[in-house]
Design a protein around this ligand. Structure first.
Ligand SMILES: N[C@@H](CCC(=O)N[C@@H](CS)C(=O)NCC(=O)O)C(=O)O
Length: 177
């Protein structure tokens, strides 16, 4: 699959010398969390934006059973989900910076889980309820950002289907907006 790539070179002192290949949706704050973590931990990475829908094709081609993004690939090992990506990278780098404090790691993970799966989940539903139901034309450019020409074309053509699928999948509606 041809992809638009945005390469960030950040081989800074203390870098763990891990080169990450991160696949994400540019519209997603969860994907942005993983990208930001790589940046903060000085991990050089390459971002590949996927169109919603095509991401499932990509995942199955990679032999992944889950289609969740962000997905990180390092040396053929795939890690999915922002929290798992941060844990995976932190266990393998020698950077001086840390996102998870050693002493309070379990408390931090519990907080992260609460913010991600409870508060963040419903905040996302609230955001998309307004964005996709009331302002679809305004939010569409965020879905197109960073995509290859073919993926942009796919997203433009399939936009009504993508929009409906997201509304159905996240159970969006005026009550959440
Ligand atoms: N618990 C995961 C959730 C990730 C997530 O919700 N990813 C969404 C995009 S923001 C996704 O990949 N949706 C499409 C799919 O699951 O196929 C995390 O924190 O990273």
């Amino acid at each position: 699959m041809s992809q638009a790539t945005m390469t960030q070179s950040m081989r800074l002192p203390g870098s763990g010398e891990i080169y990450a290949f991160s696949v994400y949706f540019s519209v997603s704050h969860i994907c942005e969390k993983a990208r930001w973590a790589l940046y903060y931990l000085y991990i050089p990475y390459e971002l590949v934006s996927l169109a919603p829908g095509l991401h499932s094709v990509w995942a199955s081609r990679c032999g992944l059973t889950s289609t969740t993004l962000p997905t990180l690939e390092i040396d053929g090992i795939y890690t999915q989900g922002a929290g798992d990506i941060i844990d995976w990278v932190e266990q393998r780098t020698s950077t001086l910076r840390r996102l998870t404090p050693e002493n309070d790691a379990s408390e931090v993970r519990a907080l992260e889980q609460r913010f991600g799966e409870s508060i963040g989940f419903h905040t996302r539903r609230m955001f998309y309820s307004e964005a996709l139901l009331e302002y679809p034309a305004t939010v569409k450019p965020r879905f197109l950002a960073g995509l290859s020409i073919l993926s942009r074309l796919f997203t433009q053509l399939m936009w009504p289907v993508i929009r409906k699928g997201m509304i159905r999948g996240m159970e969006l509606g005026p009550k959440q907006g």
